[in-house]
Design a protein around this ligand. Structure first.
Ligand SMILES: [Zn+2]
Length: 112
């Protein structure tokens, strides 16, 4: 973090761009590590590719500050749902919180 502050003093715009680049790379790496397999295909041992249809992100307030021990905390209650359709026609969604995978769920509205 110290390096970021030094760069920010030199040029706020360059610092901001570098900061956003670091965030982008971190997020991309997280995505590459995440494995998403259609839950219906997994159950019936079929192979398929999954394609993103749409995504929803909640817009709840992020609470942050310092706790009783003076340590920084950040509570982000927001979740992101990514809806996918697999190459066998099944629909399902994946829930993320803080960019971490919470679970993969079958889309109950669609009959398989
Ligand atoms: Zn499937």
């Amino acid at each position: 973090m110290n390096i970021i502050f030094i760069i920010l003093e030199i040029s706020p715009l360059v610092g901001l761009l570098i900061f956003l680049l670091i965030l982008y790379i971190k997020r991309k790496k997280q995505k590459e590590k995440t494995k998403i397999i259609c839950p219906v295909c997994k159950e019936s041992k079929m192979k398929s590719k999954s394609f993103l249809i749409y995504a929803n992100t909640t817009l709840l307030a992020v609470e942050h500050g310092y706790n009783e021990n003076g340590e920084y905390f950040r509570d982000d209650p927001n979740t992101r749902d990514e809806h996918y359709r697999c190459s066998n026609g099944h629909e399902f969604y994946v829930e993320f919180k803080n960019n971490k995978l919470i679970g993969i769920f079958k889309d109950e509205n669609i009959s398989n």
